[in-house]
Write a protein that binds this ligand. Structure first.
Ligand SMILES: [Zn+2]
Length: 125
């Protein structure tokens, strides 16, 4: 998950990738409430408190979600155009379009829930 804050030197946006889902988990596993991040703009490094970092949604899942909807719709349209339609075929087509759609929508939702969980749970000092 990507966490984001502002550089304490030049105020540019800085971000860091962490495998931990919450601030508490990071603190527990790493034994520190700070993350050392280098600013890509001014190259200064600083320790940022976990409470000052905000998780941001992965654009990856949103993109995959959108692509799967389009691919599902286009695929369904093309297949029904070339094969004609019967109830059985529509069921098969619906499954082909539906499975990736459901799978990605679950990942998309989980990513949003993770981000919200991270942002809502602050560490006590
Ligand atoms: Zn900076």
């Amino acid at each position: 998950m990507r966490v984001h804050t502002r550089c304490s030197y030049c105020n540019a946006g800085v971000s860091h990738y962490t495998i931990y889902d919450t601030r508490a988990e990071y603190d527990m596993r790493k034994g520190t409430k700070y993350i050392n991040i280098q600013c890509k703009k001014c190259l200064n490094t600083d320790d940022y408190h976990l409470n000052d970092l905000r998780a941001v949604r992965s654009p990856f899942f949103g993109l995959i979600f959108a692509v799967s909807i389009i691919a599902g719709l286009v695929g369904t349209f093309l297949l029904s155009y070339y094969t004609g339609s019967s109830t059985y075929q529509w069921t098969v087509l619906g499954m082909f379009a539906g499975v990736p759609f459901i799978a990605t929508s679950i990942m998309f939702r989980q990513n949003i829930m993770k981000v919200n969980a991270f942002n809502q749970n602050f560490l006590s000092e």
